[in-house]
Design a protein around this ligand. Structure first.
Ligand SMILES: [Zn+2]
Ligand SMILES: [Zn+2]
Length: 155
């Protein structure tokens, strides 16, 4: 698929990258129909956010149509149109139960690295450095949405 990728400070380019696949049972894959370019993408472009890597796919304000559903995801079905929040939440951990969605303890695989910087690990985020999980973003033709039975909103 084609995707917008970070190639170094000040350099964003459209590249061919591997299509996303279902990795966990609660994932869905969407065909992206719209994705914003956010002001905070400028922080990435300007090199102000550490742990960006060459080839990272950007984009954290995405909507699209579900084309594939993981076997443990009972909420979404193929053909649903969803809006995908920036924050990825499990819905089950202590912070999610308290409603502190952006502090989800399970969705950032690099939480330990982030805790060193911010004092506490935060949730995984789409397209926003490896500190926030290194999760590919939605400025792309397709997007894997982890824990897609919690955050996304059907429209
Ligand atoms: Zn944003
Ligand atoms: Zn959680």
């Amino acid at each position: 698929m084609k995707a917008l990728t970070w190639q170094g400070r000040g350099k964003i380019s459209c590249e061919t990258v591997p299509d996303p696949k279902i990795e966990h049972g609660r994932d869905v894959i969407i065909k992206v129909t719209a994705c914003a370019i956010c002001g905070s993408d400028l922080h990435l472009m300007g090199g102000f956010m550490p742990t960006m890597e060459c080839g990272d796919v950007l984009g954290h304000e995405t909507m699209g149509e579900v084309i594939e559903v993981g076997r443990d995801n009972a909420k979404l079905k193929v053909g649903d149109r969803i809006v995908v929040p920036f924050t990825i939440c499990c819905g089950e951990c202590r912070q999610c139960k308290w409603g502190n969605w952006s502090c989800c303890e399970r969705t950032n695989p690099n939480g330990a690295m982030q805790a060193k910087v911010f004092g506490y690990p935060l949730a995984g985020l789409f397209g926003f450095s490896h500190l926030t999980g290194g999760i590919p973003g939605g400025q792309a033709e397709y997007l894997r949405v982890p824990y897609a039975d919690v955050g996304p909103i059907v429209v």
